[in-house]
Design a protein around this ligand. Sequence first.
Ligand SMILES: Nc1ncnc2c1ncn2[C@@H]1O[C@H](COP(=O)(O)OP(=O)(O)OP(=O)(O)O)[C@@H](O)[C@H]1O
Ligand SMILES: [Mg+2]
Length: 316
Amino acid sequence: MSRSVDELASVEGIGRVTIARLKNAGISYLEDLVAFNPEELEELAGIDYERAVKVIRAARQLLGWSARVYRGKEYAEALARREVLTTGVRALDELLGGGLVVYDIYEFAGEFGSGKTQLCHQLAVTAQLPPAKGGLGGDVVYIDTEGTFSPERVERIAQRFGVEDPLSRVYVARPINVDEMEEVVVKNLAPLLRGGARLIVIDSIIALYRAEFKGREWLAARQQRINYLLDWLKRLARIHEAAVVITNQVVAVPSTWGVTIKLPAGGNIIAHASTHRFLLKKAGDVWTAECLDSPRIARGASASFLIAEDGLRDVK
Ligand SMILES: Nc1ncnc2c1ncn2[C@@H]1O[C@H](COP(=O)(O)OP(=O)(O)OP(=O)(O)O)[C@@H](O)[C@H]1O
Ligand SMILES: [Mg+2]
């Protein structure tokens, strides 16, 4: 249950004016407030830095989220209790160690036609399945930066999984630039997550940044903005226990012996922000997902799948 920022009135030194400022900035719940950094709150709500620190701290205390240290065993149990989302493909689920767990950020990079968007569509369906069937029993927020979201594909894949009226549970955003995408993430996501969204998809994370920040002189600024967005995604995923999937393009990087290899775009920032990073490839009629980096999955581990008219499937 979400708790109102009105409760802050009970805290010594926090007045009505501050609470009104929070609400004006669209922050009505304590759970939303704790996601902010003081700097962000200062900018968004016009609350001075010191007061912002105090307000965020008070919200955390009211929620009983004061900094906590866990015993390893207890922590392991909490991790093991995290919900898992099936991809609908047994081989991929096995590669992932059961499926996609909430809180973690999963990145799928690959060339055109490597299956990134099809996978996102499939997850937009499986996330709606009840937990007993491998889903999260929740809604989906699909941030489509490349204009490739297809309602028809979602409906077709949903038929296969027996999900009825799937589009009523998918929220689609089509931001036209980085600023709009940031607004969607910082302002629009929290209410949707509170309302029952459990999966956030960004297909792709990089397109808008590439279009907007051209040339080397903009690289530092671009990386900073990507970092800001990914940091928000992480905070929201933790607070609302959501699964996060981002797709990425690849860039050709020269390696030794004059060979070029394809690596995910976005440099270190995306590499560090993604908990699990996979490279998707198509070879003949079969697609593969290969693990590039993960704290739990071996580098180089891979799984094969097919893309059919009704979605991603196991190779027979
Ligand atoms: N209705 C369909 N039936 C069968 N296969 C399909 C269908 N729709 C798409 N595909 C397959 O999926 C492939 C496209 O994959 P997808 O759109 O996921 O690529 P992508 O990795 O997102 O590429 P991009 O970088 O261009 O966005 C097609 O090449 C096709 O093989
Ligand atoms: Mg695509």
